[in-house]
Design a protein around this ligand. Structure first.
Ligand code: HEC
Length: 106
């Protein structure tokens, strides 16, 4: 018996609710790659910045997360990062931090 598309969609939605995103980003986490692409303009592809800009690749996830939260809460002086950080939920910043930490250092 064919399964109606609507039933499949409902199942997918239920699965998404049952399995919220993991606390630690996997390297294959597509959503976090999309977010990280927005950082690439300044911090380089996969966090490998050009000279003169801060690289994010391979740094401690805890450190990156702390920096991002401080930007978001306006407790760390910033020219632009306070704006960027505010665009993400804390949990999303954590996924970004873990994703950049998982990138090989160059
Ligand atoms: C428009 C350029 C730009 C974009 C886009 C950008 N950043 Fe930044 N980032 C900066 C600048 C400039 C700083 C230094 C702090 C400041 O002046 O805001 C910085 C600093 C940081 C730092 C602190 C590094 C350190 O060691 O002090 C982190 C972490 C960081 N950015 C993460 C990100 C992430 C994650 C994204 C994407 C969501 C992102 N940035 C997008 C320009 C950018």
């Amino acid at each position: 018996m064919p399964i109606p598309a609507r039933a499949l969609a409902a199942l997918a939605a239920a699965a998404a609710l049952a399995f919220p995103f993991p606390a630690q980003a996997e390297p294959g986490d597509r959503q976090v790659r999309v977010w990280a692409a927005a950082c690439a303009a300044c911090h380089g592809t996969d966090g490998h910045a050009q000279a003169g800009m801060t690289s994010l690749a391979g740094r401690s996830a805890d450190d990156l997360y702390t920096l991002l939260i401080e930007f978001k809460r306006d407790v760390r002086p910033a020219t632009v990062m306070h704006q960027h950080a505010k665009g993400y939920a804390d949990e999303e910043l954590k996924r970004l931090a873990h994703w950049f930490a998982a990138q090989a250092k160059r």
